[in-house]
Design a protein around this ligand. Structure first.
Ligand code: ADP
Ligand code: MG
Length: 245
C-alpha cells in the first residue's frame, strides 16, 4: 500500500534521512524503531507531506504522491498522528474529531463519531471539554481518534506512548493490537521497541537516517545485537504494568 524508496530529507546541510526504503502492505502493522535523532519523525513527516524530500519517492497504492501537501495526503487516505499530538486546545473533543473528519461525507462523519465514542470511552465522557484540559493520555487518545476520523487507509503514528503513565502505555499498545485485528494498516514509530515489536508484523530499525535492519517483528525481537548496538539497551522496555519483570 505504501512504498517508500530512496528517501532523503535534509534540514539545510544536515541529511536526516539518507536513501531510506520501506514498505507497508495492506492490513499490515509495521514498526519503525531506533534511537533518538535517528530520523523517525522526519520519515513520517516527509511521507505525510509536512516536509519535502530532496530525493526519493513515496507511492500510495502505486500512485506517486511524493511532495504532496498534507491535505492531499489525507484525502488520498493517509493520516498522521503527529509527535506532540497538535490538537486544537480551545476546541472541544467533539470539535477536534469533526475537524479530523472534514474530508469525509456528513453521514460518514457521524458514523465515525459514534465509532470513536465507542472505541474511546474516555473521550465520550469529555465530549464537550476543550482539548487543552485533557490529561496526556486522553489527549493522545483524541489525537489517534482524530486521525481515524478521516477513515484513513493507512495511519502513521509518531510515538503514541511517549510520556504516558504505564496503564495508558498498555492502552496504546492494546489499541494498536486491536486496530491490527480490525485489519487496519499502520506504520508506528516507538522508542518503546520491545512493546511495539510485540504487536507489529514487521519492523525497520532506523539509525542515523538509514535503515540498519528490517524483518519480521518476531525475528527482530530475538536479536539482542539490535537492542545493544542500534537501539540502545533502554529500548528493552519495561514489561506491561502490573507484571513482574
Ligand atoms: N527542524 C529541524 N531542523 C534541523 N534539524 C532537525 C530538525 N528536526 C530534526 N532535526 C535533526 O534531524 C535528525 C533526525 O531527527 P528526528 O527525525 O526528529 O529523529 P527521531 O524522531 O528519530 O528522534 C536529528 O539529528 C535532529 O537533530
Ligand atoms: Mg521523533
Amino acid at each position: 500500500m505504501l512504498e517508500i524508496s530512496g528517501l532523503t530529507t535534509r534540514y539545510g546541510a544536515i541529511s536526516a534521512l539518507r536513501g531510506v526504503s520501506l514498505s507497508v502492505g495492506a492490513n499490515e502493522v509495521v514498526g519503525l524503531i531506533g534511537p533518538n535523532g535517528a530520523g523517525k519523525t522526519t520519515l513520517l513527516n516527509t511521507v505525510a507531506g509536512l516536509l519535502r524530500p530532496a530525493e526519493g519517492e513515496v507511492r500510495l497504492d502505486t500512485v506517486a504522491v511524493t511532495g504532496n501537501s498534507p491535505d492531499r495526503m489525507l484525502r488520498a487516505g493517509l493520516a498522521l498522528v503527529p509527535e506532540h499530538r497538535r490538537l486544537f486546545a480551545q476546541m472541544t473533543v467533539a470539535e477536534n474529531l469533526r475537524i479530523g473528519g472534514a474530508t469525509v461525507s456528513a453521514d460518514q462523519r457521524s458514523a465515525l463519531l459514534d465509532e470513536m465514542a465507542e472505541l474511546f470511552g474516555v473521550l465520550r465522557e469529555k465530549w464537550s471539554t476543550p482539548a487543552g484540559y485533557l490529561s496526556g493520555g486522553e489527549a493522545q487518545q483524541l489525537a489517534i481518534a482524530r486521525a481515524l476520523m478521516s477513515n484513513p487507509r493507512i495511519v502513521l503514528m509518531d510515538e503514541p506512548s511517549l510520556g504516558l503513565a504505564p496503564v495508558l502505555v498498555d492502552f496504546v499498545f492494546d489499541l494498536v493490537a486491536r486496530l491490527r485485528s480490525e485489519g487496519r494498516t499502520l506504520l508506528v514509530v516507538e522508542q518503546n521497541a520491545t512493546r511495539l515489536l510485540e504487536v507489529a508484523d514487521r519492523a525497520y530499525v532506523l539509525r542515523t537516517g538509514e535503515v540498519a535492519a528490517e524483518g519480521p517483528a518476531t525475528e527482530l525481537l530475538a536479536r539482542d545485537d539490535l537492542f545493544d548496538t542500534f537501539v540502545g539497551v533502554s529500548a528493552r522496555s519495561a514489561p506491561r504494568s502490573g507484571q513482574q519483570p
